[in-house]
Design a protein around this ligand. Structure first.
Ligand code: AOS
Ligand code: ZN
Ligand code: ZN
Length: 388
């Protein structure tokens, strides 16, 4: 029997990076709704992220997106973050919002446009040098819409060359994580559609290049925990973009659509050494809050990850191994399900209080008056949106 008391210490130090863009307005191609108090600057996004961390103790870093978070002085932005009790984390590049990239970026046939995309990543690395960030995250919108539109092999070769040039700029302390996605905005093929392609590309680069797994970037029904297992086995799982989805890349609150899937993923993370001190796996959120308030949306998200991590740690691994090796199908399944069905919320509330955190961070946020204050204070100016 594994009890909450026996796993409590392992919850210490859990860190889930927040995406700066989660605090801006977002929506679909049909409508972007605005919310009172939405940040008008990178600093205001960081202040909101710091609020999530203050109430949960789970989110010590904020991911930047360039150029959405472009500022004159990134070192000063880093100090601003530190003053608010957080630090700047992963730098996300953007080669999907410029007209030049209509037919590709790091894969483009035109050497001038491809160089522009490479240079953008060099600029991101310069920013990382100022912020002290470890990870450069690359997600590409590159792909085609129609069979025959592009030479998939040539595009893969150019991607490889572009990534090599970017990789060569990294310091020994920095990493490149390459995210895959099987569709959207390209609909026939994308140039990094799956973990295998990302794995092949980053393996050719070297030890500092890893795969980023976004939980919303797979075909429905994909066994994501198998991919987690395999990448950990191969030593190439660098980071997660956590979110949840019902249909496509919905970017909903992690654990909202399918808590059991989140549990299964975290079981494999723990099993494969992807959790705890020294693990190379960075936990990040990649979400948008289109209709719900953004700060409590992020609080709920990190709490969901924490809760499911606790349940994953509760799996009685010794008993599970015995059942597996004995061919006890239902026994083994039952051991896993016992952990999944364990309600850890009261124990986690007490665990937080012991650490000077509110037992219920959602309630604490609602009672804090922060939402009303930002709604009043942030009158005037232009609210930021995903993509701005
Ligand atoms: C896009 O679908 C990817 O999930 C990206 O990681 C991310 O959402 C985008 O770069 C916005 O930051
Ligand atoms: Zn993502
Ligand atoms: Zn996505």
């Amino acid at each position: 029997m594994t009890t909450f008391t026996s796993i409590a210490a392992r919850l210490e130090g859990q860190a889930i990076e927040l995406p700066s863009w989660a605090f801006g307005n977002s929506g679909t191609r049909f409508k972007v709704f605005t919310t009172p108090g939405t940040p008008r600057s990178a600093e205001e996004k960081i202040a909101d992220a710091a609020t999530v961390n203050r109430l949960t103790g789970l989110a010590p870093t904020v991911a930047l997106h360039i150029p959405w978070d472009q500022v004159d002085d990134f070192a000063a932005l880093g100090r601003f973050a530190n003053d608010h009790g957080v630090s700047l984390g992963t730098v996300n590049s953007n080669t999907f919002q410029d007209n030049d990239y209509k037919f590709g970026s790091l894969t483009h046939t035109d050497p001038v446009i491809r160089q522009k995309a490479i240079d953008h990543h060099f600029a991101c690395i310069d920013i990382m040098n100022q912020t002290g960030s470890r990870d450069l995250k690359i997600w590409l919108a590159d792909g085609t819409n129609y069979p025959g539109q592009g030479d998939m092999r040539g595009r893969q070769d150019r991607l490889s060359d572009s990534l090599q040039q970017i990789y060569a700029r990294l310091s020994d302390e920095q990493r490149l994580v390459l995210e895959y996605k099987f569709f959207e905005p390209a609909f026939y093929h994308t140039d990094v559609p799956d973990w295998g392609t990302s794995y092949a590309q980053v393996s050719a680069l070297g030890d500092k290049a890893m795969v980023c797994l976004d939980t919303g970037h797979h075909a429905p029904g994909t066994n994501i925990e198998f991919i987690v297992m395999q990448l950990l086995r191969l030593g190439k799982l660098g980071s997660f973009d956590f979110n949840s989805r019902f249909y496509a890349d919905d970017d909903l609150i992690v654990g909202a659509a399918d808590p059991f899937q989140l549990f299964r993923i975290l079981v494999e993370v723990v099993r494969g050494g992807g959790y705890g001190p020294g693990s190379p796996v960075a936990f990040m959120l990649d979400q948008c809050h289109n209709i719900e308030d953004k700060i409590p949306g992020q609080i709920r998200s990190v709490l969901n990850v924490q809760e499911m991590t606790a349940r994953a740690l509760l799996v009685d691994t010794e008993a599970l191994t015995v059942a597996q090796e004995a061919g006890d199908v239902l026994g083994a399944n039952g051991i896993l399900m016992d952990a999944f069905y364990t309600d850890v919320r009261a124990d986690l509330g007490a665990w937080r209080e012991e650490r000077g955190l509110p037992a219920d961070p959602m309630a604490a946020y609602a009672a804090s008056g922060y939402q009303q204050k930002i709604a009043e204070d942030r009158a005037g100016g232009t609210q930021l949106s995903w993509g701005a």
